[in-house]
Design a protein around this ligand. Structure first.
Ligand code: 5GP
Length: 116
């Protein structure tokens, strides 16, 4: 599987399209989802050019989870929620639409996402 360097998250990483960034470090970036499932819906991505979990290095995976934990903690405090939902899709067959690995970090409950 070859990585598409023109995907939107690669462009966000290169600063070619804007995003609302909430966290950045050497290995990861977190920004707000442009079409949030609920208020506060954020995305954590690695700087490594990896399409799915299966191309992600162990170091990038660890860095992503560290960022997810920091962002999740901040969401709990800032938004006053107790629950944080993580969602992560691999491959178009799973419904992945942007071919750069990403973890959805969604404040609240899975019940909020299941509301019609
Ligand atoms: P997926 O379905 O691949 O798991 O999720 C992709 C997510 O990326 C969607 O929730 C979608 O709203 C978000 N997204 C797509 N394009 C952009 C964009 O240009 N900017 C931002 N911030 N989010 C995007």
């Amino acid at each position: 599987m070859s990585y598409d360097t023109n995907n939107v998250f690669a462009k966000i990483l290169r600063g070619e399209i804007p995003s609302f960034k909430v966290h950045e470090d050497e290995h990861t970036l977190c920004f707000m989802d442009i079409m949030p499932q609920v208020d506060g819906h954020a995305l954590v991505i690695p700087k490594q050019p990896a399409e799915t979990l299966f191309e992600l290095s162990d170091d990038s995976a660890q860095a992503c989870m560290r960022t997810v934990r920091q962002v999740g903690e901040a969401m709990k405090k800032a938004l006053g929620v107790e629950g944080i939902v993580l969602m992560q899709l691999n491959g178009t067959a799973a419904g992945q639409t942007v071919p750069h690995f990403h973890i959805h970090v969604i404040p609240g409950s899975i019940a909020d996402l299941r509301k019609p």
